[in-house]
Design a protein around this ligand. Sequence first.
Ligand SMILES: [Zn+2]
Length: 116
Amino acid sequence: MTSVYVFGIILAVLLAAVLIAPLFERGEAVGSGSSPAERLEVALDALREIEFEHETGKIGDDDYRELRARYAADAIAARDAGAGEASPMAGRCAVCDADLKPESRFCSLCGTEVAA
Ligand SMILES: [Zn+2]
């Protein structure tokens, strides 16, 4: 019953390929190509986008909070990965560069806690 045995192996290999392929595709997309600066820019664009969509009522509060947290995390990760300029200017958010009120503890745009 060699043919059944071979057929089983082929099936297993195909199944493994199907399971593994998405991992490779994802790694490729995240890894090469986009620099930290580009990823930071993408995340900040997304933050501005969801801010606008929230204001215009396109997305609800829950979605807005969830998305904002995600994109802010992306922006912070990209900045930490080397996109960051030397030090944040006083009165501006270190992540999204939004103007900050002197008394505010959190950025009104991306929600990042403002360093003292
Ligand atoms: Zn911000």
